[in-house]
Ligand binder design. Sequence first.
Ligand SMILES: Cc1cc2nc3c(=O)[nH]c(=O)nc-3n(C[C@H](O)[C@H](O)[C@H](O)COP(=O)(O)OP(=O)(O)OC[C@H]3O[C@@H](n4cnc5c(N)ncnc54)[C@H](O)[C@@H]3O)c2cc1C
Length: 304
Amino acid sequence: MAGVIVYSANPELALELITVARLINDKVVALSINDDQLAQALSQAGAQAIKITHPDLVVADTAAVAAAIKQVLDGVQADVVLLSSDRRGKELAGRLAQVMGAGCLTDVAALEVKEGQIECQRNALGGATIAVQCIEGPQLIAIRPRSYPAAGTAAGSLEEMAVEIKASGVKVLEFKAKVGDKVDIEAAETLVAVGQGLSDEGQLAGVQDLAAKLGGEVACSKPVATDKKWLSEERIIGLSGKKCKPQLALLLGISGQVQFTVGIRDAKVIVAVNTDENAAINYMADYIMQADLHQVVQELKQKL
Ligand SMILES: Cc1cc2nc3c(=O)[nH]c(=O)nc-3n(C[C@H](O)[C@H](O)[C@H](O)COP(=O)(O)OP(=O)(O)OC[C@H]3O[C@@H](n4cnc5c(N)ncnc54)[C@H](O)[C@@H]3O)c2cc1C
């Protein structure tokens, strides 16, 4: 089967890609860019690690990274490149596929080699179904983060490779650590999720109190985070967010569009609170409360 190259600047995701690559071929070439620590970690996970070196190459400049990886590809027998389907990985995927002349699939949740072909599974029709797709010829496949476990320890090798790149149009002025929301809604046993039925941001405090009383976390539908910006994107459930399997999901003012439900359909018990008796979410809920969510939040808080 085809030789495989993997690349992600994120160590956790790079090790995940090695696991995926081994489904295709035991011989895995794993790249790092100007990063000694990552190169070491890759070789200690059993890969043939190549540290690409160039003083002006920055991982944020995906055009330059694509040009650098192409130079490695020209010297290594590989016709499959695996990237991580995070934001930067998706941007790099398009650019690298273009310079490789390869077919490209992003957001791949699982893959399998069947009769010499790599079959990739991805959500289709907004998450309503799973499509199985294959690429002919050189292939670039971006894997949805955290779909596979990280590779364990094994003996690998490490070498350096200098590349030549054009002077970059990107100038890095400063690196700042992302001050993110550290919540892990995928690990929560109880989720209290709010949707656009919540009347205003001020009502969030009550929802947070209720979640705390239930020993759970607050989550949300996508517009609550991306349009209203009331909660962080780490808390989005669904196709563009997290796939959650809590024991209890209390859904407040969420209509139940398929892009949302794909992330909560594996919950053990779903309670939907909605003023609309015909809301789509009611068709998958175990318990339905046709009620004003603000009143339900107040009453539940008093009872608990
Ligand atoms: C490519 C793509 C990806 C997407 N990915 C995601 C994703 O990952 N996650 C996601 O959530 N969405 C996603 N969406 C958006 C999705 O299609 C829906 O638009 C979104 O889920 C709707 O959010 P909502 O249910 O909060 O809002 P709405 O659809 O506006 O529903 C609000 C609900 O609140 C109810 N309501 C109103 N007032 C009250 C009240 N006082 N008490 C109780 N109920 C009340 C209403 O009856 C209604 O059912 C995606 C869309 C696209 C195109």
